[in-house]
Design a protein around this ligand. Structure first.
Ligand SMILES: C=C(O[C@@H]1C=C(C(=O)O)C=C[C@H]1O)C(=O)O
Ligand SMILES: NC(=O)CC[C@H](N)C(=O)O
Length: 736
């Protein structure tokens, strides 16, 4: 007799924590395989045909309300299974609420919603809580369900005191094999109420199935066609093996104490504004390497905007298009990088050559299947993908003062020797950047977001949080600047670098867009294969630096604040989900809510890492995680899809390059991308007047139910302030 592996059906209601639940199930139920469907993917009749092949169903959390068909989908009908179709079911949050209300219970709104809040769970140590004395668990909910019939047996509660009184936290059906919890067993801060509960559920489920004599049928090929492969899985398109062939990277390292990225750029002719220029600048710690491209007239630029059926390729002399032939742009870029694979670069240098540039926020919105605003192409839109293939580069290690001169071109030793000679002639430091004396008189016309409008948007965001549609929303707005163009974009970048030096600074002149960054936030970095390690570093929690605001003060104000930790936790859980969806099980939180110091602010930063099982060969794993994780969770809120839909309505215009990402994918396989915040950008055609330039600065912050609208407005201005300095502008006094 063959022993069947347990097989779970996980129903997702478009949540951003679903793969965390899948990982928890794998840990609790050894060797189980998990098939995931969306709650609107199959009708109940289609689902009934598949159920005999599953050991149990897990119903995940989600935005919205369990009594709205568009939010709950097929889950509503699952509770009505006939005796012969019956199987064990476990519901989490939205799934639990549905269980209770479909068995006579009442759905109610919490008076004080709980998003990312940790509660003590009181229970009677029975059933799924057997052998569990203490449970502290994370809650993400705006509704709660009260059992009004004998059918549901309550198993656990949270005592919310005057806020909400006693709130049901778990229950089971008295006669049918249905269980559920209101809290989130899969959250990283849920202690004991996660793994043990799932294990206890599984023991009870096995016992019930055994008594019933229920046996598991194999999954037929037709069912596999509907369900797709089980999780975790490697998509075949991503199973490319690591090549040992490919271009050989030429590297020459020289010691140049005193050399700066600014000096090197100026030596390379950054002030010639007719051609593109690229600097990824580690202008502050923890940044270490600064990358400067030495571009050629033949350097290839790759441009794409959502909806295009081809990729536009450009060099100084020509423009041509390559059709996507029904494939998506992501696989086009993956293929490009596979064909550009290189070897033998210096292992300690993160970038040997490869793609550098920007990906817009809307590219991510589109990949979530959320509709974009109409007519976005009528304006001088920035391309959604704007990358340059860099074949010659200089990488400055700011720690050792070594410069690596690198080329992917064959027989390029003459260029390398000349470059080395030129670099040795550089003065040993650059002159300090000063604001030009006429800066104030020719200062910028600044159009700030309207305060009362922004506050009204914060309040509507909070309505969406109270109605259960989102747990956190990162609301943002653009500030538009019109400035006389007497200062070159490079001079402006140097001012920004001086006002707000940051680890992910950048000067990217990628026609038609010029993008200047002083970002503190890494989105994702991924190491070279094999055993690619992906790291994401979301920031949530911002505090202005001021006299008396010491590290100890910032620790207390950020790490000691329930509101700030909740904001950060929600994004940590969201990113764990994004990573689990691609890499499978090996995802962990390396750092939780640490305080980091930047030029003008203290920030609270978490670090989440994920790795494929040893031996897996996936050259584009990092790219796949990047693609699945856009837009960055710290810029959307959670659950991501519903939050982005809400933000599309609340915000007035496309975010464009702001909130997207910028960085590189190296021909050796690694990559490093940052979140495009504390930055500004302009389009080369956006001013009718050649004497004027129009710049955009985006800024915003995460709104939660605990947010104070005035404080959120101030936080948005604080983030704006660091960039306004590069324009000789300041926020209006009347806003203080
Ligand atoms: C939205 C911005 O920043 C984001 C929001 C943060 C917060 O809410 O504390 C911190 C860093 C970013 O993820 C911005 O800088 O414009
Ligand atoms: N996390 C959840 O599943 C939340 C369920 C529901 N949207 C609520 O807010 O109550």
């Amino acid at each position: 007799m063959t022993i069947q592996r347990p097989r779970l059906l996980l129903i997702d209601s478009y949540d951003s924590f679903t793969f965390n639940l899948a990982a928890l199930c794998r840990a609790a139920i050894p060797d189980c395989s998990i098939h995931l469907i969306q709650n609107d993917q199959l009708s109940i009749d289609e689902l009934l045909l598949l159920l005999k092949s599953f050991s149990a169903i897990i119903i995940g959390p989600g935005p919205g309300s369990p009594d709205l068909p568009e939010d709950i989908g097929v889950v509503k009908d699952i509770w009505k299974l006939s005796e012969c179709d019956l199987l064990p079911i476990f519901g989490v949050c939205l799934g639990f609420q549905s269980l209770v209300i479909e068995h006579g219970g009442q759905l109610r709104r919490l008076q004080v919603v709980k998003h990312g809040q940790v509660s003590q769970i009181l229970h009677n140590e029975r059933d799924i809580f057997e052998n569990l004395p203490q449970v502290t668990a994370v809650r993400y909910h705006s509704y709660h369900a009260e059992p009004h019939s004998k059918e549901i047996e309550p198993l656990a509660w949270a005592d919310d005191g005057v806020e909400n009184g006693s709130v049901l936290m778990a229950g089971r059906h008295r006669t049918r094999p249905f269980w559920g919890v209101q809290y989130h067993p899969e959250s990283v801060l849920t202690d004991k109420g996660g793994l043990h509960i799932l294990r206890n559920f599984w023991a009870l489920a096995v016992e019930w199935s055994h008594k019933r004599g229920r046996c598991l049928f194999p999954l037929e090929p037709s069912a596999m066609d509907i369900l797709g492969p089980s999780w975790p899985h490697l998509q075949p398109s991503l199973l490319s093996s690591s090549q040992t062939t490919g271009t050989s990277v030429l590297t020459c390292a020289i010691d140049l104490p005193g050399a700066t990225a600014v000096n090197i750029c100026e030596m390379l002719g950054v002030d010639d504004h007719k051609s593109p220029f690229i600097l990824l600048d580690s202008a502050a710690t923890p940044g270490r390497f600064s990358i400067i491209a030495s571009l050629l007239p033949t350097s290839l630029q790759i441009l794409y905007s959502v909806g295009d059926v081809s990729v536009t390729l450009k060099s100084a002399k020509s423009v041509w298009h390559e059709t996507l032939d029904g494939n998506d742009v992501w696989s086009w870029i993956s293929r490009f990088m596979r064909l550009s694979k290189a070897r033998d670069g210096c292992p300690e240098v993160p970038f040997w050559g490869g793609l550098i540039g920007t990906l817009s926020y809307e590219l991510g919105v589109d990949s979530l299947d959320v509709p974009l605003r109409r007519n976005r192409r009528d304006m001088n839109a920035h391309p959604d993908i704007n990358l340059i293939y860099v074949q010659r580069s200089l990488v400055l290690d700011t720690l050792t003062n070594k410069i690596y001169i690198q080329s992917l071109l064959p027989d390029d030793s003459e260029w390398m020797a000349n470059m080395s000679d030129e670099l040795k002639k550089l003065p040993s430091s650059s002159l300090p950047t000063r604001a030009p004396s006429n800066m104030q008189s020719a200062s910028a016309l600044v159009e700030f977001p309207d305060r009362s409008r922004y506050i009204a948007k914060i309040e509507s965001a909070q309505d969406f949080l109270r109605s259960g549609d989102s747990y956190e929303l990162c609301l943002t707005a653009h500030t538009h600047l019109s400035v006389p163009s007497f200062l070159s974009t490079w001079e402006r970048y140097k001012l920004l670098r001086r006002c707000n030096p940051a680890p992910y600074s950048a000067y990217l002149r990628l026609q038609p867009s010029t993008f200047l960054s002083s970002s503190p936030e890494r989105f994702i970095s991924y190491s070279r294969s094999p055993n690619t390690l992906c790291q994401l570093r979301p920031i949530k929690g911002t505090l202005r630096k001021a006299p008396g605001v010491t590290r100890a003060y910032a620790e207390e104000a950020l790490r000691g604040s329930r509101k700030e930790v909740a904001e950060n936790l929600m994004i940590v859980d969201l990113i764990r989900h994004d990573l689990h969806s691609v890499v499978g099980l090996d995802v962990y939180v390396k750092q939780f809510c640490q305080i980091e110091e930047y030029e003008n602010v203290w920030q609270m930063v978490s670090v989440i890492e994920g790795r494929l099982p040893a031996g897996s060969q996936r050259d584009d794993l990092g790219w796949e995680v990047l693609r699945q994780s856009l837009p960055p969770g710290s810029m959307t809120g959670a659950p991501k899809k519903r939050s982005v839909e809400i933000l599309q309505k609340l915000e007035d215009e496309d975010r464009g390059l702001y909130s997207g990402i910028f960085g590189y994918w190296c021909v050796g396989g690694g990559g490093d991308w940052s979140v495009a915040i504390r930055s500004c950008f302009k389009h080369e055609l956006d001013s009718q007047d050649p004497e004027m330039e129009n710049w955009v600065i985006g800024a915003g912050g995460a709104i939660t139910a605990l947010s104070d609208p005035q404080a959120e407005w101030d936080e948005m201005l604080l983030k704006l302030q660091g960039v306004l300095g590069a324009f000789g502008a300041a926020k209006p006094r009347c806003y203080d």
